[in-house]
Design a protein around this ligand. Structure first.
Ligand SMILES: Cc1cc2nc3c(=O)[nH]c(=O)nc-3n(C[C@H](O)[C@H](O)[C@H](O)COP(=O)(O)OP(=O)(O)OC[C@H]3O[C@@H](n4cnc5c(N)ncnc54)[C@H](O)[C@@H]3O)c2cc1C
Length: 430
């Protein structure tokens, strides 16, 4: 048994855990991060695009030195059918500040860099070890057990990701339900910088974020994504677990289907696959957030279900960073009072409730209900496809009134009452 006792042990070296550790070490606290991957980032998966505002508070100017890929300057949202696609593309053109920018990112590089920054400020990093259980003294968490080795701390910060078995083991969160999580499946494909600029209409360090509904998940709840990195693209799908088996296409096959779509295949043609990964994503939104503290323990990031998927954007990384920072703030306060009880650590819950994490997640509380509507992934892309086909196809026959054609197409697929219901759910979600 180790004699050493830390001020804090952080389980998980993802963005939540590393941020908490970085902030605590800066406050001169003794912090240990235990990460089961061989290095931080080796097991982490994101789409992904990071919004910088929360990390900018922790490490002002970080984007100048961090291994970020490209600055997102173009947004593309697409509705896809088996052969067709309706793209909406947007480029703001307005200048960004360090707080409003967002970048594409590869976690294997980014988290590794972040872990090095943590070490520079004095965090002790222990990769390659899994924490198996939490140690209790009465009703207080006092340490962790990793492969039979026990380590102790005033507080344990759980930053162990979406499937936090540790938070479950102490009753802070229930087992995940299939409708609350999606599986993300992703490939990184190397193409070269010039090829990316040419194929996506980009220049220099500009990047594109693309989110797609419809065919990639064969009408299941979820969607496809594509992000341009410096010389590669990240392409993947996210598919809700409760829909698995609804169609006869497996999740890895959905990714192949997406890659082979006539509008996507030319974009990635000739690329070299560099990385393949799969990971769960919390999708339950605000109502999935568990209690965030107990005696000697706090829950952060994905372990606390801090993710929103709005179809046109996915956010989890900025929440993970903010929750790590707020957890550190609560621990610093607890240390000053030498009180790591649940009553003292409840301050973390208050901080989260007063932060953008709660405001934003509450705002979109009903969004998961909207995403449960399969019409969005089936009928909407199909209707968009036939309408655009009608709009642009000239065949010498008598033109049809577009509004009448649209009404006919909608009526073929749904009733007026169902359409109204969908509109109401959408208004409620937004
Ligand atoms: C396919 C996909 C696409 C996404 N796209 C985006 C996006 O574009 N933008 C965005 O902001 N968010 C996106 N997200 C969400 C985002 O990636 C997460 O919200 C974010 O990574 C959460 O960070 P975290 O630190 O809480 O958890 P994680 O990054 O999952 O880190 C948890 C860490 O804990 C470690 N760990 C787990 N258990 C143990 C244990 N018992 N002992 C030791 N270590 C342990 C893991 O190895 C891991 O390193 C996406 C997620 C997925 C899967």
């Amino acid at each position: 048994m180790s004699e050493e006792k830390f001020d804090a042990i952080v389980v998980g070296g993802g963005l939540a855990g590393l941020t908490a550790a970085y902030c605590l070490a800066q406050a001169e606290m003794e912090v240990l991060v235990i990460e089961r991957g061989t290095f931080c980032g080796s097991k982490n998966v994101t789409g992904g695009r990071i919004y910088t505002h929360s990390l900018e508070k922790v490490m002002p100017g970080f984007a100048e030195e961090a291994p970020l890929e490209r600055k997102v300057t173009k947004e593309r949202v697409a509705l896809m059918t088996e052969k067709g696609v309706v793209n909406i593309e947007y480029a703001s053109g307005k200048p960004d500040t360090p707080e409003t920018a967002s970048y594409t990112v590869l976690r294997s590089k980014f988290d590794k860099w972040f872990a090095e920054k943590c070490e520079e400020v004095g965090v002790m990093m222990v990769p390659g070890i899994r924490v198996d259980s939490l140690i209790k003294d009465g009703d207080k968490i006092v340490g962790i057990d990793a492969g039979g080795e026990e380590m102790y701390a005033d507080v344990v910060i759980l930053a162990d990701g979406v499937n936090s078995l540790l938070a479950q083991s102490i009753g802070l969160k229930p087992e995940l339900k299939p409708e609350q999580v999606a599986v993300g499946c992703k490939e990184v494909i190397q193409l070269g910088e010039d090829v990316i600029n040419q194929r996506f209409g980009l220049e220099g360090n500009d990047g594109l974020s693309m989110l797609v509904a419809g065919d990639p998940t064969v009408g299941n709840i979820g969607g496809g994504f594509l992000y341009t990195n410096k010389d590669s693209v990240s392409i993947g799908i996210v598919a809700t677990c409760s829909d698995i088996g609804r169609v006869d296409v497996s999740i890895p096959d959905m990714l192949e289907r997406f890659k082979n779509h006539p509008s996507i295949e030319p974009l990635i043609k000739g690329g070299l696959p560099l990385e393949y990964s799969a990971h769960l994503v919390p999708e339950g939104g605000f109502d999935m957030i568990p209690k965030l503290y107990d005696n000697g323990v706090l829950v952060t990031g994905d372990a606390a279900a801090f993710v929103i998927n709005l179809g046109y954007t996915v956010r989890g990384m900025d929440f993970a960073v903010e929750s790590g920072r707020l957890a550190a703030e609560a621990v610093i306060r607890a240390k000053a009072a030498d009180d790591f009880s649940a009553a003292s650590l409840a301050y973390y819950q208050k901080l989260v409730e007063n932060s953008f994490i709660y405001t934003d997640m509450k705002q979109y509380r009903n969004f998961p209900k909207l995403l449960e509507r399969h019409e969005i992934f089936n009928d909407v892309p199909e209707i968009a496809d036939v309408l655009f086909d009608r709009l642009f196809r000239v065949d010498g026959k008598k033109p049809v009134s577009l509004p009448m054609f649209a009404i006919d197409e909608i009526a073929k697929r749904t009733s007026a009452s169902k359409l109204l219901e969908l509109v109401m759910v959408a208004l409620d979600a937004l």
